[in-house]
Design a protein around this ligand. Structure first.
Ligand code: SAH
Length: 259
């Protein structure tokens, strides 16, 4: 029996909302893999990888809703309307979001719409991009003696660049995973430096985490905007983290000696 939280109702129709992880299909949970194989209709965000979608039944109707976080796509109300309509028609509906549906995934808006329509739902968690990105670095997101706190923030939201507790983030040893941060890189750099963060604070960007084209861009707060400007794929900015190999080298070692 599944221990995920389900909210059945007396009415017909049910939707499974699931996190598809960062891209590598090996990082799906068994529950999500099963839901993929069993779904009649799959509504997925843009960042759900082709390799993951390949696990859908060949008979399934697969619809891309286009959204990547707060990016453009089918209007939220239309996505909700589609879920409700297919569920009412008795189809097994899977709403698939990248990473974990509960992190910058607008999950609540969709659950509210299902509630309003009297449609039951199940939510299945997924591996969020920050977990995959930290794994790529060989680093922990928390470490005894370094950071007992991890902040997850977005570079921007519907209202524009997003404010955060910059004072806390600027403290030495602070670790944060910044999602949707590419366009906000200069803003984030400015805010952190304004609050006293050192220019040489380690900042690593992990692009396409867990995918075949994964790339790690290690740098500092000083180089963040230039690095971010060069990226084309989805990326997580890991503030305060550096790849494990670099972390173990003496800080005085010249760059060219690090291999
Ligand atoms: N629910 C997702 C986040 C959606 S917001 C999750 O839990 O991971 C979209 C942002 O997620 C992107 O702008 C990027 O910052 C991040 N992201 C998603 N997939 C990624 C990947 N494979 N590699 C790096 N960052 C990724």
């Amino acid at each position: 029996m599944s221990r995920s939280i389900s909210f059945p109702t007396s009415q017909t129709g049910h939707v499974t909302l699931a996190g598809a992880g960062p891209g590598d299909p090996d990082l799906l949970t068994l529950a999500v893999a099963r839901a993929l194989a069993e779904a009649d209709v799959i509504l997925h965000d843009r960042l759900v990888s082709a390799e993951v979608l390949a696990l859908a039944s060949p008979d399934a109707l697969v619809i891309e809703t286009g959204k990547a976080g707060f990016g453009p796509g089918i209007a939220q109300k239309d996505i909700s309307a589609l879920m409700v309509a297919f569920a009412r028609a008795g189809r097994a509906v899977l709403r698939l979001k990248s990473g974990d549906a509960a992190i910058f995934g607008r999950l609540d808006e969709e659950l509210d719409a299902l509630d309003a329509a009297g449609i039951g739902f199940t939510v299945l968690p997924g591996i969020t991009a920050a977990s995959a990105a930290a794994t790529a670095l060989g680093q922990s997101l928390t470490a005894r003696g370094r950071n007992s706190e991890l902040r997850i923030l977005t570079g921007h939201d519907v209202a524009g660049f997003a404010e955060a507790d910059w004072q806390a983030l600027a403290r030495p040893g602070a670790v944060a995973a910044i999602y949707m941060g590419k366009r906000a890189a200069r803003f984030v750099q400015g805010r952190l430096m304004m609050h006293g963060a050192a220019a040489d604070t380690p900042v690593t960007l992990v692009e396409n985490a867990s995918r075949a084209d994964q790339a790690i861009h290690a740098g500092t707060l000083a180089t963040l905007p230039q690095t971010a400007a060069c990226l084309s794929g989805p990326a997580v900015i890991l503030l305060g983290l550096t790849p494990r190999q670099t972390a173990r080298l003496p800080l005085s070692l010249p760059l060219e000696a690090r291999s």
